[in-house]
Design a protein around this ligand. Sequence first.
Ligand code: NAI
Length: 461
Amino acid sequence: MAEFDVIVIGGGPGGYVCAIRCAQLGLKTACVEGRESLGGTCLNVGCIPSKALLHATHELHEAEHNFAKMGLKGKSPSVDWKQMQAYKQEVIDGNTKGIEFLFKKNKVTWLKGWGSIPAAGQVKVGDDVHTAKNIIIASGSEPSSLPGIEIDEKTVVTSTGALSLGKIPKTMVVIGAGVIGLEMGSVYARLGTEVTVVEYLDAITPGMDSEVAKNFQKILTKQGLKFVLGAAVQGVDTSGGKAKVNYKLNKDDSEATIEAETVLVATGRKPFTDGLGLEALGVELMPRGQIKTDGHWQTSVKGVYAIGDAIQGPMLAHKAEDEGMAVAEVVAGKHGHVNYDVIPGVIYTTPEVSSVGKTEDALKQEGVKYKVGKFSFMGNGRAKAVFQSDGFVKLIVDENDRILGCHIIGPGAGDLIHEVCVAMEFGASAEDLALTCHAHPTFSEAVREAALACGDGAIHA
Ligand code: NAI
């Protein structure tokens, strides 16, 4: 048993960042993590391994589709799935060991095991009960399935199983056209799997700017993904060896079945709070299972805080990290703040898709007057040189030219969006962006051109 100023429960991006910041602020800090390695879902079975597979299969796509055009001739690479998995594991290990190093450097104690909170001020790990002035729950989320579907992580998998399939399937049905479905669907489509995405709504990527979503679907269709939209999956039958996915079309209630070797269930995630003892402790939950917190991330129990996927808001690693840093400031007696209006979202397909702030659809609904400046990557020299001129930057400003949102589909979209995030944090206008010199030739010129399009017009349009 030991005494700490802060014990953070969970070593994912929310928890480990929070623990490091607490230690940097002079607090005696421990972080409880039950996995064999730190980093949570993100580093072990989420963001990082999926990016490794997206990178490897993107390179394969380049070799198969674009090398010959550039005069790079010869045999295309063949896929060694075992080696690709080993590369993915190396990327995971490099990252998770990095967090261990940061814990040592910052003197954060890793309490190995699964934690629970027997009482305010106490955290139990194994047989040991440690005390802490502040407890921060960063226990993350887990995949949520649908009734009528049994996950075995072999034939019917979540994102976790999809990252480590025994072999590359010939056919795959992805249930849900959200971020996970499209990223993992892209990976397998590039590996030669016939991928069909079944989505309940009439459009892919719910919440995304509808013009971007339509464009994105067209591009993914060109890449070989098939879509069945407006279809509610009713269940998956695995009794005959292959999986049979049964769905009902919303428009006429007609039913249909698709067979596939593998089914990826990507219908969202839910807060993971099992085993923490929250009910006995009296921590209030929200109707969908999230831990209820106040404006300073404190739960209904004094001295117990919660952040990340376990509370409300988008389930994004960077949102959790920001909350982790902010709550560390709060428990250290400083002013922690997160600007929830400027949290970017990125889908790491090719092309990448990113967004921040308001969509046109939301502004229309709210009755806000706005102006759009759009610029196609067709007019961007660098994008043309790398075969990625599909897509555009769409900047949305209010009547006074103040930036309200930005939506990008195109090369490097996940990095480009941050220029707009900084501009929004500073309350900048599109003109501010337009008057900022952008190096040539870069993809970022497309952001400047979209800003110019909000005023007197883009140059290369
Ligand atoms: P999601 O919420 O993004 O998408 C789930 C989709 O499933 C929705 O489009 C929904 O309409 C559909 N759906 C639900 N029930 C259905 C049914 N019965 N039949 C057909 N379709 C149905 O969830 P996803 O993709 O599983 O991701 C989970 C979380 O992880 C999200 O919050 C996401 O933001 C996060 N994530 C973020 C990543 C990133 O930032 N790049 C990468 C991976 C995950």
